[in-house]
Design a protein around this ligand. Structure first.
Ligand SMILES: [Zn+2]
Length: 343
């Protein structure tokens, strides 16, 4: 599991550039799955017993938040804009990598004003992204190496913390992707018990338009779906009622837009197999691919499993590996023993 997650988070997959993450998924998926990449660069892996009745789709988005170059100034500094909801408050001093159109990469640092010179701004005021630049060391005569439209991702190395916690950029949602890959491995090892067809959608573009899930849910047209994503974990200075708890298991989503039946069945299967889980109550939309999948075609009953994650959309997102393993186990047990294997 650790190898899979570390390999996944080191792949570049800022919105619209998910090919690196697709290659990483393919390095770890079982050999027996069918592979297909569609027009929106979604990767779809399918496993089927052949004579199935039900078709279930597991979805995990591949993309992550990042930046895009909007201007290269004559002094070599790059102006950038956010791709997705990147947290501008933690950008100053961040390590980033620019991916140029001709497949060259350049390391850079997001600019930061020394505190001695920024006192007059006041302690409470954070810089806006429009006031930040990327410093690559570029000289005036090299300005053509990087162009507006080149994408920029965080480059922090994954860190192993204590008690199975790991920190890295892009764990939203490479943690979910890892859980779906591990579920697929369990299904491949238990293919004789599999009664339904399973399509694993590794979707693109979730962080802005959910384009991948929107179009692929239509083409895959499953009977039911489960989206696997990350959600807020407990941390200092955040209200406990808005968070799950790190290491206490996947969060089963409960919301008007989600299927109550699948959620109840996931809880039953979790209890039966002694898999820890927690509930995540959302009063309306979930802010995940589940929202668009449930509205696809004539309506696809959809559930949401979320892996608790701290410091969302920063270069130091934290998850607990046990939560990822338990998410994979719950998905596999649901598919092999639960609602997906009925009929
Ligand atoms: Zn996400």
């Amino acid at each position: 599991m650790e190898d899979i997650i570390f390999d996944l988070v080191e792949a570049f997959a800022v919105l619209g550039n998910e090919s690196g993450a697709i290659d990483a998924v393919l390095r770890h998926c079982p050999e027996c799955v069918e592979r297909h990449i569609d027009k929106n660069n979604n990767l779809i892996l399918t496993i089927s017993p052949g004579n199935h009745k039900k078709h279930i789709m597991l979805d995990a988005h591949l993309d992550q938040v990042g930046l895009i170059v909007t201007n290269v100034w004559q002094d070599g500094f790059l102006q950038v804009a956010p791709c997705g909801g990147v947290d501008a408050r933690v950008l100053p001093g961040s390590l980033v990598r620019i991916y140029s159109e001709d497949n060259k990469t350049f390391d850079g640092i997001v600019t930061s004003i020394p505190p001695h010179l920024s006192k007059e701004k006041g302690d409470e005021e954070f810089p806006k992204i429009s006031e930040l630049f990327v410093d690559t060391g570029l000289r005036a005569e090299e300005l053509n190496l990087i162009k507006p439209g080149d994408f920029v991702g965080f480059t922090a190395k994954p860190l192993k913390l204590l008690n199975e916690n790991i920190a890295a950029p892009g764990l939203d949602n490479r943690a979910g992707v890892a859980a779906v890959i591990c579920c697929l491995k369990i299904l491949a090892e238990n293919i004789a018990k599999l009664k339904c067809k399973v399509s694993c959608l590794f979707s693109t573009g979730e962080e802005v338009t959910a384009v991948g899930a929107k179009t692929a849910a239509f083409s895959i047209s499953p009977d039911i779906a489960i989206s696997v994503d990350t959600s807020f974990a407990d941390q200092k200075n955040v209200p406990p009622n808005k968070c799950g708890k790190l290491s206490l298991g996947p969060m089963v989503g409960i919301s008007p837009i989600l299927s109550k039946e699948i959620a109840s069945e996931l809880v039953r299967i979790a209890k039966l197999n002694k898999i820890p889980y927690q509930n995540e109550i959302m009063p309306g939309k979930t802010g995940t691919n589940a929202d668009v999948i449930s509205l696809s075609k004539c309506g696809i009953p959809t559930a949401l499993l979320s892996i608790p994650l701290r410091y969302m959309h920063t270069p130091v997102e934290i998850i607990n590996m046990e939560d990822v393993k338990n998410t994979a186990r719950l998905l596999a047990c649901y598919i092999l023993e639960g609602g997906a294997s009925n009929d």
